[in-house]
Design a binder for this molecule. Structure first.
Ligand SMILES: *[C@@H]1O[C@H](CO)[C@@H](O)[C@H](O)[C@H]1NC(C)=O
Ligand SMILES: *[C@@H]1O[C@H](CO)[C@@H](O)[C@H](O)[C@H]1NC(C)=O
Ligand SMILES: *[C@@H]1O[C@H](CO)[C@@H](O)[C@H](O)[C@H]1NC(C)=O
Ligand SMILES: *[C@@H]1O[C@H](CO)[C@@H](O)[C@H](O)[C@H]1NC(C)=O
Length: 214
């Protein structure tokens, strides 16, 4: 059968700003003693200092290495295979004709999506089996686009209730964001009628496990 895992942490890396990385590096520089500092200590004078310095610098290197790696991955576009379940329990699906709506059928193949970072905080969402990209038109219509374009650039954000929202990164309606939304009956919402605070725009990414049949 199917196993679902909520992956709220999956988008955490998108909130890592370059400025926070710089701050981290700066703090590490402050914490790590310079190599020359050790050479001033006389023989046997401060024996415990050297091991401590070694431990400190090696763990710092690990931390830096990890952060640098994940931020590179992010820019190169990590791909996540997910299902997006709405606040009201509908899986977002993009069918073979590019139609977007919701379904409660967990085994519907058109609910398997690929979420890929295309820019800092911006993702592309593609139906794995339909090959259409989730898109919001300038007028705010939700549809599947055959080719990746400006309509397909979606700003992913974690809201206060830990649900994600997906707003058009390209188009606004009277200075207001237009979101991907499914109403309480699983029907697609007009972007112009969507609001960040309204649960019709709230989704949780669930891990889709291909080995188990999806
Ligand atoms: C390095 O740290 C580990 C635990 O973090 C400790 O067990 C080990 O003794 C330390 N090594 C040195 C040389 O201080
Ligand atoms: C759910 O989707 C699967 C795969 O498309 C299909 O075989 C099955 O009949 C659907 N179930 C319902 C209850 O519609
Ligand atoms: C979504 O569209 C499919 C296919 O047209 C349909 O079977 C399903 O009932 C629709 N879902 C909703 C919530 O209307
Ligand atoms: C959320 O949006 C729906 C559909 O537009 C609307 O019926 C409902 O009143 C809204 N709820 C809130 C709390 O704004």
């Amino acid at each position: 059968m199917f196993t679902w895992t909520v992956t709220q942490g999956a988008t955490a890396c998108s909130s890592l700003r370059p400025s926070s990385l710089l701050l981290l590096l700066f703090l590490l520089l402050l914490l790590c003693p310079l190599p020359s500092a050790g050479s001033h200590s006389g023989p046997g004078a401060a024996v415990p200092r050297l091991p401590r310095a070694t431990n400190a610098s090696s763990s710092a290197a690990t931390v830096v290495g990890r952060h640098v790696r994940s931020s590179y991955n992010h820019l190169q576009g990590d791909v996540r295979k997910r299902k997006l379940i709405s606040f009201y329990g509908f899986f977002l699906r993009i069918d073979k004709n590019g139609k977007v709506n919701g379904t409660k059928n967990r085994t519907d193949h058109y609910t398997v999506l690929e979420i890929k970072s295309v820019d800092v905080g911006v993702v592309a969402i593609r139906g794995l089996h339909s090959n259409y990209y989730l898109a919001i038109s300038k007028k705010g219509d939700l549809y599947g686009a055959r080719d990746f374009g400006e309509d397909c650039r979606l700003t992913e954000r974690i809201e206060e209730n830990r649900y994600n929202t997906y707003a058009s990164a390209e188009w606004k309606n009277r200075k207001k964001f237009m979101f991907v939304g499914l109403n309480a009956n699983g029907k697609p919402m007009k972007g112009k009628r969507t609001r960040r605070k309204n649960t019709t725009t709230h989704f949780l990414p669930l891990l889709a496990l291909p080995a188990l049949g999806v």
